[in-house]
Ligand binder design. Structure first.
Ligand SMILES: *Cc1c(COP(=O)(O)O)cnc(C)c1O
Length: 394
């Protein structure tokens, strides 16, 4: 049997999709260190380090800042399950796939969901968001800061102002934004923010960073009855990680080591420098794509630096292009789905994957793959990106 199932030898990929991103070598090193028990004082020291580092990266002083066992969706479900109350109004600003996932969760937890909808990739203006919230007067408002299905950013300040005016809590999905662009939980006024490990933080998937304001913790403590989730009950998790250290579940120790190291890498680079790196590589990529004759799906001021969505030219099959990239170059990018199926490519430049070298590599490979599929590029993407990078020193 073991001649069939030999030792593990995964292909080397350049991960330029919507996550996971390539893992920092130092993070792999941290994962090779021996585990301790999930109630060992050393583990709680590591969890405490993770808390402090996450506070910096989230831009918050929130005491309740933890890493939930599970992927980004577990962070989403923890946020929804603890704050959506049966029969109470839960408002969602819906303009992409992950807004729909939040909707589905809120419905399953019994909330009365109200949605303001826009086409995928179009952000809500301050006025649109505020008047919706002031009219509906919900208990909770949720929005997606960086919509990975569309490549668009949604600013949160006006949403938070209007929500707080009517006494609502704000949940922000920061799964793709954390580590790649400013998140600023406290300055924005976000009450509950969650993320993942495998996108802007360049760690394997497995934990969901989550932060909750004191105000929101107060709402949680005053809540009638227990939430319908047991595994993601934040009061119990608080008791495990930060309170009496009472056993709740066996935390994935190795993932805590990994996240700790990934966050150390982020803080070492510096948040501002890291954001600028993501911005520069995004702009270099867009310069290249536009030189090839491609147009971007999202209007210029709202484009994410971590996830780029050029439109697929008429007559080109995006799946065939993507297959050429992975088979000939080991480069992973994704296509669109839902209303954007077949219409956009989704090219991630997240965390360790966001490098000038990867931008140039991808542009060259993409140009070759598109030519092979019959597309005639207007000009050289690589040359345009190279002159952008030359004119904009790192
Ligand atoms: C990836 C993603 C999620 C889900 O995270 P998983 O780690 O896949 O569970 C949620 N929201 C957004 C915006 C995402 O990009």
């Amino acid at each position: 049997m073991l001649d069939e199932i030999g030792s593990l030898c995964p292909p080397r990929r350049i991960l330029l999709g919507p996550g996971p991103s390539n893992v920092e070598p130092r993070v792999y090193e941290a994962m090779r260190t021996p585990i301790v028990g999930h109630l060992d004082p050393y583990f709680f020291e590591v969890a405490e380090d993770v808390r402090k580092l996450l506070q910096v990266v989230f831009g918050t002083k929130n005491q309740f800042t933890v890493a939930i066992s599970g992927t980004g969706s577990a962070g989403m479900e923890a946020a929804v399950a603890n704050f959506a109350e049966p029969g109470e109004k839960f408002a969602i600003l819906a303009n992409g796939y992950f807004c729909d996932r939040i909707t589905e969760m809120a419905r399953r937890y019994g909330a009365e969901v109200v949605r303001l909808e826009k086409p995928w990739g179009q952000p809500f203006s301050d006025d649109e968001a505020s008047s919706f919230i002031l009219r509906e007067r919900p208990k909770v408002v949720a929005f997606v800061h960086a919509e990975t299905s569309t490549g668009a950013r949604q600013d949160g300040a006006a949403i938070c102002r209007a929500a707080h005016e009517v006494g609502a809590l704000v949940i922000a999905d920061c799964v793709t934004s954390l580590g790649g662009m400013p998140v600023e939980v406290d300055a924005t006024g976000i009450d509950i923010a969650y993320s993942c490990t495998q996108k802007g933080l360049s760690c394997p998937p497995g934990l969901a960073p989550l932060t909750v304001s004191d105000r929101a913790m107060g709402v949680l403590r005053a809540r009638q009855g227990v939430p319908r989730t047991w595994y993601l009950d934040l009061k119990m998790l608080d008791d495990y990680y930060q309170g009496a250290h009472r056993y709740h579940h066996t935390a994935p120790i190795t993932m805590f080591y990994a996240l700790r190291e990934a966050l150390r890498v982020v803080v070492e680079e510096g948040l501002e420098a890291r954001w600028q790196r993501h911005r520069r590589n995004h702009l270099g990529l867009v310069a290249g794509l536009e030189a090839m004759g491609l147009t971007m799906h999202v209007a210029e001021p709202y484009r994410l630096w971590m996830l780029n969505t050029p439109c697929v030219p008429e007559g080109i099959d995006d799946a065939r292009v993507r297959r050429r990239l992975i088979e000939s170059h080991g480069i992973e990018i994704f296509g669109g789905f839902g209303p954007l199926a077949g219409k956009v490519f989704r090219i991630g430049l997240m965390g360790a994957s966001s490098t000038q070298e990867n931008v140039l590599l991808l542009l060259e490979a993409l140009e070759g793959a598109m030519r092979a599929e019959g597309y005639k590029p207007a000009g050289s993407g690589v040359e345009a990106a190279e002159s952008f990078f030359a004119a904009h020193a790192a």
